[in-house]
Ligand binder design. Structure first.
Ligand SMILES: [Zn+2]
Length: 500
């Protein structure tokens, strides 16, 4: 009789400071057979799980795939419904459980979204192997580790190894089923709230530590390693950086070597602690730097990245601080967007193409500065393009999927071309601009609300890149002084000094 695998995907990176709520609809959940269809052939960890199960002729149960863009604490009803579906499938009996989770979910009723789910599953199926793939920005908790057998995260940011991480986890779980290995898993939590901009695995401290983790994976008796940057804007006890090392208990000294390497990686991170912290420059300095860069030789526009409002970290996608400052400073021939403002899109759809009008753009999602709501940005211009907002993603992230911006327009002012969308979307595909008619290579400046996801596709076309944070903060600002942390364990760097 073939083995029965339960495979599910439940992903949310919770920004507890975000004003964007997270109801069930935000997850676009696909249940049962629809989840299988949805994920088959995707480049996700769940797709790798499906392929692995198929490779041994296992029967596959996919109770759900549910992914929501980062936003505030997950609603209790959403959390319950998705967890119930997974637990019900497990309760029906299975031989292995493979879960594609993010690892930084805070839900109403439990700060440890993944840990609580895994604990529940473990109670239902205490002796069934559980393998989990995590995002590199997971906030690891003791409860997560205690309630699964294999847990590993992506090793790239921008994340281009989701599928490969799923493959690695599935491979270990299949080996467990064949009794070829017996995983021993250990971890370390580090007292560091790293900045997302410092978790780029192509540079700096993160690159060095991940390189070391990969080298350790080749050591005898080691089955896997992970370096987790954590997600700092989830204000709960366990937020922060961490390390996972898995060894094979069949190997002599398995526990000792796992502990030794976990300690080594933890020490390396502590030694590099300063390099995981990012200090934002004043906005005006960033804009001035962009102007200087534009005047230098080289082709293509200068890319400005507004990381104070980054959708993939819980941004509202509708703040306009940086755009206002850029235009006030005199930047011309600038392309920007998407800025999510369904009210303005509706108004512009009624007005139609090529008619001069004045709009009040953005700042509608409840983000405040010094306790006061911000005002929309008043702009004059015309609509050049109207688009359904469905963008076929050319990759390399989420290749082949549809990015849904909702009804969208290209609004053109004297200085700028602005993509205004109905939905909050991270610009991780060129289509968000190309499809609306923007010729990126002919622009002087491109301003995106993004930290990292846009880089693989936009940077090759650009002369250079400038990171911008708003002086007024933003839902994903890198300036932690703008946030009121209450629950995270203390002391933690950089909110507190590094422990001596
Ligand atoms: Zn991530």
């Amino acid at each position: 009789m073939s083995l029965r695998f339960v495979i599910a995907r439940f992903q949310h990176e919770t920004n507890t400071f975000s004003p964007i709520t997270t109801p069930l609809e935000s997850f676009y959940p696909q249940w049962g057979a629809d989840a299988l269809t949805n994920q088959t052939g995707a480049r996700t960890a769940m797709a790798a799980f499906i392929d692995a199960a198929k490779s041994i002729g296992a029967s596959i149960q996919t109770p759900v795939t549910a992914y929501a863009n980062p936003s505030a604490t997950v609603d209790a009803i959403a959390y319950q419904a998705i967890c119930d579906a997974i637990c019900l499938a497990v309760a029906a009996g299975c031989d292995a459980i493979l879960l594609d989770l993010h690892g930084a979910m805070v839900a109403s009723g439990t700060d440890d979204g993944e840990g609580s789910l895994l604990e529940r599953i473990r109670k239902i199926a205490p002796h069934i192997p559980i393998g989990v793939a995590l995002d590199l920005h997971a906030n690891l908790t003791p409860r997560m580790i205690a309630n699964c057998d294999v847990m590993l995260s992506f090793k790239t940011y921008p994340h281009i190894d989701m599928y490969e991480t799923g493959e690695q986890v599935a491979h270990l779980v299949l080996a467990m089923l064949k009794k070829e290995i017996k995983p021993y898993m250990t971890y370390r939590q580090l007292p560091i709230l790293s900045h997302t901009l410092r978790s780029n695995t192509n540079e700096g401290a993160m690159q060095r530590v991940v390189k070391q983790a990969l080298a350790i994976e080749n050591e005898k008796g080691i089955l896997g390693t992970s370096i987790l940057a954590g997600f700092s804007l989830a204000d709960f006890y366990d937020a922060g950086m961490s390390v996972i090392v898995i060894s094979d208990e069949r190997h002599p000294n398995a526990k000792m070597i796992a502990e030794k390497y976990a300690e080594q990686l933890a020490q390396q991170i502590m030694d590099l602690a300063d390099d995981f912290i990012y200090t934002s420059a004043p906005s005006q300095n960033s804009i001035d730097e962009a102007i200087n860069l534009q005047q230098k030789s080289g082709s293509g526009p200068v890319l400005l990245l507004d990381h104070s409002d980054n959708v993939m970290s819980g941004g509202t996608c509708d703040t306009t601080d940086i755009l206002e400052l850029a235009l006030a400073t005199g930047l011309n021939n600038l392309a920007t967007g998407p800025i999510a403002d369904p009210i303005t899109v509706n108004q512009l759809l009624k007005i139609g193409l090529e008619k001069k009008c004045t709009i009040a753009l953005g700042n509608r999602s409840g983000w405040t500065y010094q306790g006061k709501p911000k005002k929309p940005f008043i702009l004059e211009g015309v609509v050049r393009t109207i688009h359904s907002g469905d963008i076929l993603v050319s990759g390399p992230i989420f290749t082949g999927s549809i990015l849904r911006m909702g009804p969208s327009v290209l609004f053109e002012t004297q200085q700028a071309q602005i993509v205004i969308s109905s939905e909050r979307v991270e610009p991780y595909d060129l289509g968000v601009m190309l499809e609306l008619g923007i010729e990126i290579e002919n622009k002087s400046f491109v301003l995106l609300k993004s930290r990292m996801y846009c880089r693989p596709v936009f940077t090759p076309l650009c002369k250079g890149l400038i990171e911008c944070d708003s002086d007024q903060g933003g839902p994903t600002s890198s300036n932690y002084a703008r946030f009121d942390f209450q629950k995270v364990r203390r002391p933690i760097f950089p909110l507190d000094a590094l422990p001596g």
